[in-house]
Design a protein around this ligand. Structure first.
Ligand SMILES: Cc1cc2nc3c(=O)[nH]c(=O)nc-3n(C[C@H](O)[C@H](O)[C@H](O)COP(=O)(O)OP(=O)(O)OC[C@H]3O[C@@H](n4cnc5c(N)ncnc54)[C@H](O)[C@@H]3O)c2cc1C
Length: 283
């Protein structure tokens, strides 16, 4: 490639994900704008090079042997602005930043996102949600790069923890519509949400959030708890004693430890007649 897209070779993947697990990644590209991103995507497609779009790495498990494709970060797509009751923001904006922007601009609705450690791009891709609400309920438009071309999407088809775009698409910008609200109430709601998270989840420990998706009234965390699996350990990975839907890294966990725990849970679920679907992305 002839241009100067920022690239870091041989990255320690554990430093790029909340699980703190993973071998060495071949390279990470950090395009600064749409032009660089499109040129990069066209190059990777032409070279038939596998790639993965990395947000804040809070819903992924990297392999102990690393990743041989290219990782792409939209960290520099970090603009955020308000027009009326709408927010237009880049996919690289962190959800914490989005939530404080909402406070500064008295925009209500996104309090449920407070404390989710991802980016806007990752949250829209995953249709992040909590406490009965989902990010798709506030989305009015998004811009994606598909097969090297920029397209705007206004009609979406979201489902539980699944956004409307395929794995090979890159979300670059999104537009959210929120309600004007009271600043103090927004701050109070955010604080309460964060407290709830800290009380019910292993918040400070390395993890990737819920491992399995909920399916209607099937709540994996409740079932895993009822099967007495909380605290089960393989190597450095353990089913959290605080929230059975989370696997935590006690410091030295390998991806293989996490995968084995996942297999054990799936096997036990299968014996009880359930088919658990993964929420996290395993590379
Ligand atoms: C402590 C903790 C609590 C959590 N609580 C919740 C919760 O309450 N609710 C919830 O829904 N999730 C929760 N999560 C999971 C996770 O934070 C969310 O799914 C988050 O939205 C993922 O964002 P990310 O930027 O980290 O994405 P990543 O983990 O980096 O990526 C996730 C997926 O999104 C894709 N992706 C990322 N950015 C883009 C982009 N710009 N364009 C296209 N695809 C992209 C990636 O390719 C990957 O497939 C939690 C995780 C942790 C560690």
């Amino acid at each position: 490639m002839k241009n100067n897209i920022k690239k870091i070779d041989n990255i320690a993947l554990k430093d790029y994900c909340s699980f703190k697990i993973g071998g060495i990644g071949k390279c990470l590209f950090l395009p600064k704008n749409l032009k660089e991103l499109i040129s990069l995507m066209n190059f990777l497609i032409k070279e038939d090079e596998p790639y993965f779009i990395l947000g804040n790495g809070t819903n992924v498990l990297f392999d102990d042997h690393g990743y041989r494709g290219s990782l792409i970060s939209l960290k520099y797509f970090n603009s955020i602005e308000k027009i009326g009751d709408e927010i237009i923001c880049g996919a690289g904006v962190k959800l914490f930043q989005l939530c404080s922007f909402c406070v500064d601009n008295c925009l209500e609705g996104f309090e449920f996102l407070y404390g989710i450690p991802g980016t806007v791009g990752g949250a829209v891709f995953m249709n992040a949600g909590a406490f009965g609400d989902e990010i798709c309920n506030y989305l009015s438009e998004m811009t994606v790069i598909k097969e090297g071309k920029k397209i705007n999407i206004k009609n979406f088809n979201f489902s539980y923890r699944k956004g409307p775009v395929d794995d090979n698409c890159v979300i670059t910008n999104v537009k959210f519509k929120l309600k004007l609200g009271d600043r103090n109430r927004i701050i109070l709601n955010q604080k309460q949400i964060l407290e709830r998270r800290k009380n019910t989840q292993p918040y400070g420990q390395p993890s990737a959030g819920s491992i399995f998706k909920r399916q209607h009234d099937v709540i994996p965390a409740k079932l895993i708890d009822s099967w007495g699996l909380k605290g089960l350990k393989i190597g450095g990975a353990m089913i959290s004693c605080k929230h059975a839907g989370f696997i935590v890294n006690n410091g030295q966990a390998k991806a293989g430890d996490v995968k084995l725990l996942i297999e054990i849970i799936k096997y036990i679920a299968h014996l009880h007649g359930y088919n658990f679907e993964l929420e996290i992305k395993i590379l």
